[in-house]
Design a protein around this ligand. Sequence first.
Ligand code: BG6
Length: 602
Amino acid sequence: MCGIAGLISKHKANIVTRLIRMLKNLEYRGYDSCGIAILSDNSLEVHKSKGKIDAFAVKYNIDSLSSYIGIAHTRWATHGAVTDWNAHPHTDCTNNIAVVHNGIIENYLELKEWLISRGHKFTSETDTEVIPHLVEEFLIETKNIKQALQNTVRKLQGTYAFVMLTTYDSNRLYFAKYGQPLIIGLSDDYIYLASDIPAFLEWTNKAIILRDGDIGYIEPNSWTIENIFRPDLSPPVPVDIPWSPQQAKKGGYPHFMLKEIFEQPDALTRTIMMVPKQLKGVIPLLRNASEIYIIAAGTSYYASLYGQYLFAKYGIKTTSVISSEFISIAGNLVDKDTVILAVSQSGETFDTLNAVKYVKQRGAKIIGLVNVIESSLMRMSHRPIVMGAGPEIGVAATKTFLCQVASLALILTEYLKNEGKNHEEMLNELKDSPQKLKEFLPIADRIARDLAQKIKDVQSAFYLGRGLGFPIALEGALKMKEIAYIHAESYPAGESKHGPIALVEKNFPVIEVVLKDENYDNMVTSIEEMKSRNGFIISLHEKGDEKIRSISNVSIQIPHIHIDISPILYIVPLQLLAYHTSVLRGHNPDRPRNLAKSVTVA
Ligand code: BG6
C-alpha cells in the first residue's frame, strides 16, 4: 500500500514544498522509496529514490524546485525490490507522461510483453510502469488523452488508484480509481488529490471521495468525474470531513503513536456519543441472523475476538475469523440469513474487503464498523457504523482498538435492551471510562517507561490471558512485535502449558493479564507455573490485589473497571510498554519497518 498525491495551485504558485508536506502526511502508508514529478518550462522533471522523504528532500534540494502542478508518491513495495529505479513516478518512453500508482496491476506481465512487442522500453520491474506506456500507446491512435486514459483503464486488471501528469495537458492532473482509495481535496488556493484525508487535512477538510470506476481530471478551478463502469452514476459531491487539522498533527508529542494513546479518552467520548445513534437498523439484523461472523485483520481482529467473548457471555453466538482466512474457513457456510460484522478502522484493508465482496455475492448482510467516513467498507455495508477515533496516523493501531472495543460493547447493550434485558451497570461504567482513563494514563506511562528499561534488551516474551484477558494479551503482544521488533507471542494461559512453556527460562518475560473473573484462580496458577521456571512475571491486575502483587516481579495495578470493558484500561500499559521499548531500542514507533497503516493489496 502506497501513498499518492497530486496538487495544482489555482494561482500558479510554487507547490513543491506543499506537495512534499502532503507526502510526509501520507508516509504512514509506506516508506520504502519516494518521488515527485513536476513541470518546468513544460517539460517533465522527475526525481525519485529509495529511502525516506526527509532524505529525499535534502538529496534533491526540494526548496530549489518550482512548479504550479505536480504529483508525488511514497512506496510500500509489492512488485520489484526497493531500488531507485522501482521508485515512482514511472514515465513513458518519451518522458511526457508520468504516473504515480497505489495498488496491484495483476495482468501487468502480459501487458508489458504486448507493449515491448510494440517497441516500448521498460526501466523498472514494477507493475505500475505499464500504465504510462499504455497511455502513450493509445495516444498514438486516439490523439486524445481522456480517450487514451479510458482505453488504458479498460486494459487493467487488479486494483489501482493513479494520478497522471503530462506535458500534453499541463493544466490538469488525470486520475482513475478502482479498489484503492483516492480523494479530491478542495480549498480556495489549491486543489488536491490524495490516497487519504490526512494528506491535506491541515489545509482543508472539504473533500470528494472517489468511487470504484471513477476516472477524470482536476484543473485549477474545477474537476471532472465520470464512472467508466457505471456511466449512469452522477458524480460524487463534496463532503465536510468531521476531522480537525490538529488531529493530523503531532501536537507537540514526539510521535503520533504517543499522541494517539493520550487521545484515547477523547476518542472514546466521541465514539460513545456517536455509535448508539447508528444502531437502529443494526440490532434487528443481528437478532434475525441465522449466523453471525465478525471478520477483521490485525488489531481489528483482536477487537473482534473480544467481541466474540463478550457476546458469548450473554448467550449471543458469534464467530470471529481472520479476514484472509474467512473464505476458506466459512465462505461456503454463508447464505442470505448470515450477518457479517466486518471491522476495519481504515475501511480499506484488502483481506477484509475481499471477504466482504465474497459473502455479499452469497446474499449475506454486512454491518461495517469503520473509523474512516466514506471508506470502501462503509460503502459496501448495508449498515455502516462510524466510530469517533479521528484520523489515526501511527501505523500501529491504538485509539481505534479502544473505540472498536467500546463500539462492540455498545452494540451488546443495545442488543440486550432490545431483548428487554438491562445492562445499565456496564453502560454507566463505559460512560465513566474516558475520565478514568484520563486519570490512569500518566500513571501507566510512568510504569511502562520504567519497565521498558528492564526489558528493552530481550528478544522474546510471552503474553498470557484467559477469557476476555486473551484478546488483551494478543493485542499487547502485537504492539511489541509491530514497533519494538521483539518476538512476543501470546497464548491462552491454559494452552501455554502444552508446549510454549518449554521456552521459559531465567528472566524470560511473561506478561500475565489477570482479570477478576471466573478465570482468576487459573491465572494465579499460570503465574506460579511460569515462576517455577524462573520466568520474569509482569502482571496486570486490579488495583489493591495483594495476592497477585506478591507473586509477581512487576505488578501493574489497574483501577477497577467493569470486566466486560476491561480492555479499555488493561491494554493501555501494554501500548505504552511497546512504545517506550521501541524508542529505547532506537526505532521510530510511527514508521515500523515492513508495515503500513492499512494493507490494500492481497
Ligand atoms: C495493518 C496495520 O496493516 O492493518 C494494523 O498495520 C491494522 O495496525 C491492520 O490493525 C488492520 O487494519 P484495519 O484498517 O482493517 O483495521
